[in-house]
Design a binder for this molecule. Structure first.
Ligand SMILES: O=C(O)CCC(=O)C(=O)O
Ligand SMILES: [Fe+2]
Length: 358
């Protein structure tokens, strides 16, 4: 679903992004037509082809989502301000072995595993998912029900499930346009989405400590190390904190600041591969949020950056065949399991002090 360690500068299995200095904006107002005209399909698929074969990243505006950024970050803040023991009740089995959820749920900040990957997260999949049988030796069940805080503590379940549904529908529309841009019919990739493993991930990056920043004014600190996403595409809602950076072909990190009402989109490894290298899965990273500007603000508690990526993914059993037919096909479940082995949020962390009684 997520990422991999940084390759050497300028080396990539696929097409590199070009020498961009800012990310393009694509206006998706045309998607509001009840039935898309051939002209709209042609126009939007060309624009998407252009951005995904150059920057691999873009801002989407006038999207079909009914949720505003305030709606999304209201829910996100509500979730992360729950008491630690309430959040740890949702922790994945790798953090609390008594729990059944292995793939969906909460992961805490793990400062002693990686100081440049400081984030806590909460992940949900398809609200209708149920447990699938796991092969022997497998520790993670890619298909399992979501876990939720008790309704007395958190009101957002229904809204987050609705957001998941809207993002899945929106990403499916984009996938139809990508099919057209690659010379296929709009429905070409539809079978990929049976039992789709898409993940909605709420993220919170705590700010760095005040003294840490003062002692190292020029030192770049990261909250998320350079990586490419591994699925079809990612739809990211970011708050106005800033910190997201995207690597161009010159090896420069280009900042992707907040654009009001936009969704950031980027291509994942799977789609780059399926496109035969026409699309690029561009490296990106997140800088650690700065400490608050005034000490008196600290009384309000730590804030930092919030972001909500939606990783759009095929089903576990999907055999993904590149459009040109000359590259090797891949079973999506195997692809995602291989990638996961390298991510900090999937590493065992028995040393975590949960503050819970479990
Ligand atoms: O928080 C962000 O802006 C980016 C997160 C990200 O790249 C990821 O989780 O794969
Ligand atoms: Fe990412």
């Amino acid at each position: 679903m997520y990422s991999e360690p940084p390759p050497r500068k300028h080396s990539c299995q696929f097409t590199m992004a070009t020498h961009f200095s800012k990310l393009p904006i694509v206006d998706l107002g045309g998607l509001q037509q009840t039935e898309l005209s051939a002209d709209t399909i042609d126009n939007l698929s060309r624009q998407l082809y252009n951005v995904f074969s150059t920057t691999g990243f873009a801002y989407l505006v006038n999207t079909p989502l009914s949720f505003t950024h305030e709606d999304i970050f209201g829910l996100t803040r509500e979730l992360f301000t729950l008491p630690t023991n309430e959040k740890m009740r949702l922790a994945k089995k790798s953090f609390l072995p008594g729990h059944r959820n292995t793939y969906r749920g909460y992961f805490p900040v793990q400062p002693h595993l990686a100081s440049d990957n400081l984030k806590e997260g909460f992940e949900i999949g398809n609200p209708a998912a149920s447990y699938s049988a796991m092969a022997e030796g497998q520790k993670i069940n890619l298909s399992e029900p979501n876990v939720w805080p008790s309704t007395s503590n958190f009101n957002g379940q229904e809204k987050l499930e609705q957001l998941y549904g809207e993002l899945q529908a929106f990403a499916s529309q984009l996938l139809s346009l990508l099919a057209v841009s690659l010379g296929k019919d709009t429905g070409y990739f539809a079978p990929w989405l049976d039992d789709s493993l898409s993940t909605l991930r709420l993220l919170h990056y705590p700010p760095s400590a005040r003294n840490e920043q003062e002692h190292n004014p020029d030192n770049i600190k990261l909250s998320c190390t350079p990586h490419t996403d591994s699925g079809i595409l990612t739809l990211l809602t970011q708050d106005s904190t800033g910190g997201l950076e995207v690597l161009n072909a010159a090896g420069d990190w280009v900042s992707a600041p907040y654009v009001p009402n936009s969704i950031v989109v980027n291509i994942g490894d799977l789609m780059a591969r399926v496109s035969g290298g026409r699309f690029t899965a561009t490296m990106h990273r997140v800088r650690r949020p700065s400490p608050k500007s005034a000490p008196e603000e600290e009384e309000e508690g730590e804030v930092g950056r919030f972001s909500v990526p939606f990783f759009f993914e095929p089903g576990e059993a999907c055999v993904v065949v590149p459009v040109d037919g000359d590259a090797e096909s891949v079973l999506y479940g195997e692809h995602v399991r291989k990638k996961m082995a390298t991510f900090v949020e999937f590493q065992e962390d028995s040393g975590y002090d949960t503050g819970t009684t479990e």
